[in-house]
Design a protein around this ligand. Structure first.
Ligand code: SF4
Length: 184
């Protein structure tokens, strides 16, 4: 189960109020770190991963993680999406972060035809202009949460309806939001 953004927005400021750097995070007792993270899913596991990552940053990299994909992917709990978010946002490098929203939306558009976020990432790397590699995540995550939702997307209110192939969309939300209507 993934942590909802609303919970992340509560937890992150509380964590940063106690620890702004990897070194400060290592000074936090594990029980306190777990308590700070507890509203999040798998808080105990995340606390262990955060400490291990902070330890690696301090011991191996002088206190700050490097802007290197392989180094980030070697950290516990870090997959391609998370690594690419860090490389794109913190390091300013061209990397595409694909989560379930980016995957779903680009497939419904018909822009890619893929079966997993990893496949979508590789397909986007082939055809999406580099200028959009970092910002596609920031743009499509809220779009996928509020417009192109997993079930019953809001196609009649969607600004890109004229350009969208609506792949796999059989029904979308009715304009008055009370039910569904067939797509197409
Ligand atoms: S038209 Fe519908 S399926 Fe296409 S992007 Fe908009 S909400 Fe999603």
């Amino acid at each position: 189960m993934r942590t909802r953004d609303e919970v992340t927005l509560q937890v992150a400021p509380r964590l940063f109020a106690r620890a702004r750097t990897p070194a400060e995070l290592l000074d936090l007792p594990l029980t306190e770190l777990q308590a700070i993270l507890r509203p999040a899913a798998f808080a105990e596991t995340k606390a262990r991963h955060l400490r291990a990552i902070a330890r690696r940053a301090v011991d191996d990299y002088g206190g700050a993680l490097p802007c290197q994909e392989a180094a980030l992917l070697a950290l516990p709990g870090i997959g391609p999406k998370c690594a690419h978010l860090g490389l794109g946002i913190a390091c300013g490098l061209p990397f595409i972060a694909v989560d379930i929203h980016v995957h779903r939306v680009t497939n419904r558009w018909g822009y890619v035809r893929t079966r997993s976020p990893e496949e979508t990432m590789r397909a986007l790397e082939q055809q999406l202009p580099r200028a959009y590699w970092v910002e596609i995540n920031r743009l499509l995550v809220p779009f996928g949460k509020h417009i192109c939702t997993g079930t019953l997307p809001r196609c009649t209110a969607c600004p890109v309806l004229p350009y969208c192939q609506q792949v796999g969309v059989r029904y979308h939300r009715s304009p008055n939001e009370t039910g569904s209507v067939p797509a197409g």
